[in-house]
Design a protein around this ligand. Sequence first.
Ligand code: GTP
Length: 598
Amino acid sequence: MSLELTRNFSIIAHIDHGKTTLSDRLLEFTQTISEREKQDQLLDAMDLERERGITIKSHPVSMYYPAKDGKTYQLNLLDTPGHVDFSYEVSRSLAACEGALLIVDAAQGVEAQTLANLHLANEQELTIIPVINKIDLPSADLPKVHKQLEDIVCIPAEEAIPASAKNGIGIEDILEAIVERIPAPVQPEDNKLRASVFDSVYDNFRGVVSYVRVISGSMRRGTKIKFFHTPNNYEIKEVGVFTPAMTKRDELVAGDVGYVIANMKSASDVKIGDTMTESSNPCSDPLPGFKEIQPMVFAGIYPVDTSDFEALKAAVAKLQINDAAFSFMAESSAALGFGFRCGFLGLLHMEIIQERLRREFNMDIISTYPSVIYEVSLTNGEEIIVDNPCMLPDSQAIQEIREPMVRVYIMTPGDYIGDLMKLVMDKRGEMENTETIDDLRVMLTCNLPLSEILVDFNDRLKSMTRGYGSMDYEHNGYRAAKMVKMDMLIAGEPVDAFATIVHRDKAESYGRKLATRLKEVIPQQLFVVAIQAAIGGKIIARESISAMRKNVTAKCYGGDISRKRKLLEKQKKGKAKMKAIGKVNIPQDAFIRVLKND
Ligand code: GTP
């Protein structure tokens, strides 16, 4: 297919505005899939994605559309993940396109996430085609959405295409607009191979499958290739396109979107955003926009049963072969035994990995509190990076700690502004901007520490706004903050699993909360046990567990012998699963109960 007849585009939408339904309609209209073949939500392939109803991985697809001008066009749709954890992948997919459909729900209007993704599309200078979906709904309000498009997104209302993905309205108009408004890929200057890798997946049988957009040159089975950011050379085994199933082709040429299988064995062999070129006749420079993916959130993952360590090791290694953005290192904890310090792109990515360990590998795991990465300047002039609270040096050795910040966009009905401002302050954030969107809604822009939105920010936002608020965020550099390491001591011994890096002003309340919770789960001992939260040598919170009487059967007044025997047996069994912290015996599941409580 010649370049003039090729269009590469992507779809930007807020969750539930109808991206998947609309994609399916486009595929049906172009007879890429027939009604009979169609299984619900075809593009969302992974089970987990289907359950949660969100798109995690991009699935490109090529379709052929006979346009009204009498020519048949090849339309390549690059689906994008809809979550900020994967915003780098979104940006690489968008970079491989010339245009994007911006879907807005006719009843809901523009949402925070729409804006964040639109921002990425504008950076790539894409042509935007606004589509107002769900016009069949009685609550659809076209004039309102038109006004929002003009006011917030700065797109003339007459450019918007009204549609109903559900009822098949507006589908042909959308296809015509793709052909007419989105420019064809630009003719390359030379004929050297340049292909941008916008995603990759791991297949158990075929190894790494790279998803590419060919910018210039061509490639086929036998072509020897290399990359700019990984060292090895590979030979291509197969190339093809997505129709939407992977379909083998003889070659991929400039303008094509397709897949490449070479002898790559692990997801880390190819980096998303890298440029693929020919080993013997390489292009001189990589395509712009490559970034090394950095994990932003870290947590320890431990087997609940310590004898499962080897199985867990095999499982995390296997997951990493699939997912280069996931990293791990062995670590050990006095409380939890042997496990791994794992790095994730964000909280959703962390949940996905934990869920896969449970489901696909049948692992019973426990994870420690998530932590972000701190930049630390030491008094000796050294700069270090700390992702594990236990690794933070003594406060005397530290000159400054900087924490990662995020810019958060919150869309909310105006009534809740006051409450939300309080929430932002409570989370150590500040407001940057308040903008009125329409009669009802306001968009707040604020700057917050990443660590503060990790755990319950979104949940609190949702409950405060009765579900009407939405949020999205982007990374916003590092900022110095009064962070300290807080230890939890049980009978004078620090317990590593509970060490955290907290803001100095929040340490007392957090320490108290944790001490109270530990008091609830640690059984009485033969002596008084102190539970303390400490910063350096200074105790900032304290609880104590009173001593118990020695005879566990003492509380059985009735003298029922079988009951006494049961209690003694239970005590014996309990001992086997005890962890000794200093002279205190604590059941392993006490730690797990505290960690799971959050
Ligand atoms: P994510 O994958 O979570 O980003 O969602 P999505 O944007 O792909 O939305 P999806 O296509 O799954 O649609 C969300 C809901 O809206 C589903 O229940 C659809 O049936 C419904 N829906 C989609 N298009 C229309 C439409 O035109 N009219 C109406 N009434 N409902 C629609």
